[in-house]
Design a protein around this ligand. Structure first.
Ligand SMILES: NC(=O)c1ccc[n+]([C@@H]2O[C@H](COP(=O)([O-])OP(=O)(O)OC[C@H]3O[C@@H](n4cnc5c(N)ncnc54)[C@H](O)[C@@H]3O)[C@@H](O)[C@H]2O)c1
Ligand SMILES: O=C(O)C(=O)C[C@@H](O)[C@H](O)[C@H](O)COP(=O)(O)O
Ligand SMILES: [Zn+2]
Length: 371
């Protein structure tokens, strides 16, 4: 695919199939995705994006009664208080099971809005309209919804698949560069766990890859979404993959440390930045445990670094990060579990690395020790 001059639809199979429609200026597609049984729509949007959201709201108002709820931006929306306020608003408006939620914003908005849809009346229809690269390639697809608690990221949530996802690449034109680059944390992750062509495209010309007006980014978006789809259709609820494949946990590559860092930073660090650092950490852990060679470990810092993502972190102690990693959802009792690579495209689970190995990988992540 080059330039995505026309629309592309990727199908997500499984028990509740849906489509991910990718294109430019495609807000008019929303009613077709929502379906004709919906009467009212709760439009849950990042309030700071009111101007960008207006055309979408206008399309919805032509066909539905719209309850527009502007939410706080970023991680501030992934709180129990915000979810509670949404429930109260839906209750006051008398929302029923024939009504639907549309989310509009980055991954924080699709996570929180998705959780409102998952929990209201035990689940109503939701369509996501992601407006960040990260939400397009990851958060809006696959049905994970949730909020944070003081103990960590995404500790409360539900699996609730959308009825559709509308990816309008034009929304990336207003996205601040640092947010676009953050999205590359998940795009590069997809390259390492499943699609080497993603790595090749980025490494060949990082500036072209990160140009929101260019021809490479649409291809990267489509490829990363396809990686996510291929994983979630086989293991929607993260119960495990076939053979040695970790199933959906593969998408959690780099996230054990990433979520610990995000917690240490009071949820102020961009998710994709934390993922880049977390992948560098876990690549070193894989090297130390004999899973990958020096070159593949080094390729992590090189490729994440090439698009401008951070590849080291030294603002929290090993002990604090280890404690935070223990509440990771992949942990089983006291045993920490990590997704590591055997090679590009071959993720496996590493169970219970020693504290010595974890500390050695941490030392490399801080930049204080050479790999
Ligand atoms: N559910 C999943 O599978 C999944 C996957 C990956 C990440 N996530 C979650 O996604 C969240 C991160 O999402 P994110 O990186 O999109 O950040 P975000 O939602 O916090 O958005 C970042 C900022 O960009 C602004 N913004 C969004 N779109 C814009 C646009 N088009 N123009 C200008 N500004 C815009 C937002 O208002 C916000 O201030 C994290 O909470 C992470 O845990 C979830
Ligand atoms: O969809 C998944 O599964 C993922 O793990 C994708 C991740 O990029 C995403 O950040 C997800 O929200 C992390 O899930 P969690 O279960 O570790 O909270
Ligand atoms: Zn992530």
């Amino acid at each position: 695919m080059s330039g995505l001059s026309s629309e592309t639809t990727l199908h997500v199979g499984g028990a509740s199939p849906y489509d991910v429609v990718i294109g430019r200026g495609i807000a008019g597609k929303l009613p077709a995705i929502l379906g004709d049984k919906v009467q009212r729509v709760a439009f849950l949007y990042a309030a700071e994006l009111a101007e960008l959201a207006q055309p979408v709201m206008d399309v919805l108002r032509d066909d539905y009664d719209v309850l527009a709820l502007g939410l706080p931006s970023g991680e501030q929306t992934k709180t129990a208080d915000v979810i509670f306020e949404c429930w109260e608003a839906l209750g006051e408006a008398g929302f029923t099971r024939s009504d639907a939620v549309v989310t509009f914003g980055g991954g924080a908005t699709t996570d929180a809005g998705g959780f409102v849809a998952a929990s209201w009346l035990r689940g109503v229809r939701v369509v996501h309209v992601p407006t960040t690269l990260l939400a397009m390639v990851d958060a809006a697809v696959g049905g994970k919804t949730g909020i944070n608690t003081s103990a960590g990221k995404n500790l409360v949530g539900a699996f609730h698949e959308p009825a559709g996802v509308l990816v309008d690449l034009d929304t990336l034109l207003t996205l601040p560069t640092e947010e676009l680059i953050s999205g590359f944390g998940e795009v590069v992750k997809c390259g390492f766990i499943a699609d080497p062509e993603i790595l090749r495209l980025i490494e060949a010309d990082p500036s072209a890859a990160t140009d929101p007006t260019g021809e490479v980014l649409p291809e990267l978006v489509q490829r990363a979404i396809q990686v996510k789809i291929d994983v979630v259709v086989d293991d929607l609820k993260e119960t495990g993959g076939a053979g040695s494949h970790p199933g959906r946990e593969a998408l959690n590559y780099g996230h054990t440390m990433a979520h610990a860092i995000e917690r240490a930073e009071g949820f102020t660090m961009r998710h994709g930045e934390a993922v880049a650092i977390g992948c560098v950490f876990v690549a070193e852990l894989a090297r130390l445990t004999g899973h990958i060679d020096d070159a593949l470990a080094a390729r992590h810092a090189e490729t994440f670094g090439a698009v401008g993502l951070p590849v080291s972190y030294d603002n929290a102690s090993f002990e604090d990060l280890l404690a935070a990693m223990r509440v990771d959802k992949k942990s089983r009792g006291n045993t920490l579990r990590f997704v590591v690579l055997d090679e590009v495209g071959s993720p496996v689970v590493l169970e219970g690395p020693t504290e010595y190995q974890l500390r050695a990988a941490y030392d490399v992540m801080t930049g204080k020790a050479a790999s």
